[in-house]
Write a protein that binds this ligand. Structure first.
Ligand code: NZQ
Ligand code: ZN
Length: 387
């Protein structure tokens, strides 16, 4: 196992009817900015619950944070925080709103051009406003981690950043808040959480037995609950399992002491920035192709994954046949929730390969993966395998 430090300070308040607990979670004297996305938070009644729980505090609101939140939009919230001297942010939404809130938390106190926060990967964050979250979409894990991804629309740059100062103080996870999600977003959530787990698990063995078993448990849980999560929007227990599994997939626990990949995410971000494809769908395009191209360096873990997650027995074929079967099962899972796994499924062809490669070069994404061996030439092979 590799050396690690693990510290996750986010308090999780989980369960039905927990939004009212904001009354105690948000400091009494806070001057609050509620941040939310488009219409959903108002339409579902969640915003009304949030407003009621905040009672007599000074409260301002900032709506309109789009999926894949943009710097251009978020700077409007930064201006509001500064003008109204607000000192506590409350995100109400999915990963985009929570990520956007992380950016605003850092940018509001940033001395300089705030896009540098993203350009520096978060290294330039020296202070941040405190913030909490009410999660309405299980997928990203942003509710219990210190990372975020923001887009500069002007240049189609979608960049990740993280900072120890950007953990939410608390996150309220009420699974019944997911009942209103369209099936498409549930499918996205299942795939995003699955790929987060894979990015931290499917690398090479380092004798991290508990992390491996934990990751395999999360993957199996996602596969097990997927049909019911899609078929029965108001099945509380299924949604509760989805919500907590997605959080556990990216709160640092399974990634402690193990090598991590994240190449699928970095390539995927370019597809979103260029073509506005949902985040999870970009992962479904890239991952099966990447696993195939990286099959030699990932071989030991691919075999373990095939056996433990998909029941592909040791005596069921040659190593290469079992690796093929594990990759096919992964692709099959994504397709089974209605997500296309090839660029052609999104009406994209060779031109997209060239455009993504140019973006990767532009953003310095030229040595990706757990061995830093995915250079532009290998990204090309991966993308062409995903056509
Ligand atoms: O905008 P509204 O009207 O609120 O609608 C949203 C949005 O259109 C809707 N929605 C959310 N909760 C709902 C609901 N509709 C009905 N009922 C509800 N309860 O869902 C749509 C998508 O929301 P979004 O927040 O964009 O989705 P998601 O949670 O998948 O977040 C994706 C973003 O997170 C980033 C992605 O790159 C992407 O920008 N990621 C963040 C990570 C992190 N911070 O650790 C890791 C991930 O890998 C990911 O990169
Ligand atoms: Zn993701």
């Amino acid at each position: 196992m590799q050396n690690f430090e693990f510290h996750n300070p986010t308090k999780i308040v989980f369960g039905a009817n927990t939004v009212a607990k904001l009354a105690k979670l948000v400091p009494e004297t806070a001057r609050v900015l509620i941040l939310f996305g488009g219409a959903s938070a108002e339409k579902t009644g969640t915003l009304a619950e949030v407003r009621a729980a905040l009672g007599g505090r000074v409260v301002q609101e900032f709506g309109g944070i789009e999926p894949n939140p943009s710097y251009e939009t978020l700077m409007g919230a930064v201006a509001k925080v500064r003008a109204e001297k607000l000192d506590f942010l409350l995100a109400v939404g999915g990963g985009s709103v929570i990520d956007g809130t992380k950016f605003v938390a850092a940018a509001a106190l940033y001395d300089g051009e705030p896009w540098e926060i993203a350009q520096s990967g978060g290294a330039k964050v020296k202070q941040a406003l405190p913030f909490g979250a009410v999660l309405t979409l299980p997928a990203t894990g942003s509710e219990m981690n210190n990372g975020a991804v923001v887009t500069l629309k002007a240049t189609h740059a979608k960049l990740p950043f993280r900072s120890a100062l950007l953990f939410p103080k608390f996150s309220v996870l009420d699974p019944s808040k997911t009942f209103t999600l369209p099936a498409k977003q549930i499918a996205n959530g299942l795939v995003d959480a699955f790929v987060h787990t894979v990015e931290q698990y499917l690398t090479y063995p380092v004798q991290a037995l508990a992390q491996d078993r934990f990751a395999e448990g999360l993957l199996q849980t996602l596969v097990e609950i997927a049909p019911q999560a899609l078929a029965a929007p108001d099945d509380y227990d299924t949604r509760a399992n989805l919500m907590w599994t997605a959080t556990l997939a990216l709160n640092g626990l399974i990634g402690a002491g193990v090598p991590q990949d994240w190449a699928t995410h970095m390539i995927g971000h370019e597809l979103t920035a260029l073509y506005d494809i949902d985040h999870a769908r970009t992962l479904a395009i890239v991952l099966p192709a990447l696993l195939n191209v990286q099959r030699d360096t990932k071989r030991a873990k691919l075999l373990q994954y095939g056996e433990r997650v998909w029941g592909i027995a040791k005596d069921s074929g040659s190593e290469d046949e079992r690796v093929d079967a594990a990759i096919a099962a992964t692709r099959g899972f994504f397709e089974s929730v209605g997500i296309a796994t090839r660029l052609s499924g999104y009406q994209l062809g060779q031109e997209a390969v060239e455009a993504v490669l140019a973006q990767l070069a532009e953003h310095g994404m030229t040595s990706l993966g757990e061995h830093r061996d995915i250079d532009l030439a290998r990204s090309r092979v991966i993308l062409e395998a995903a056509l």
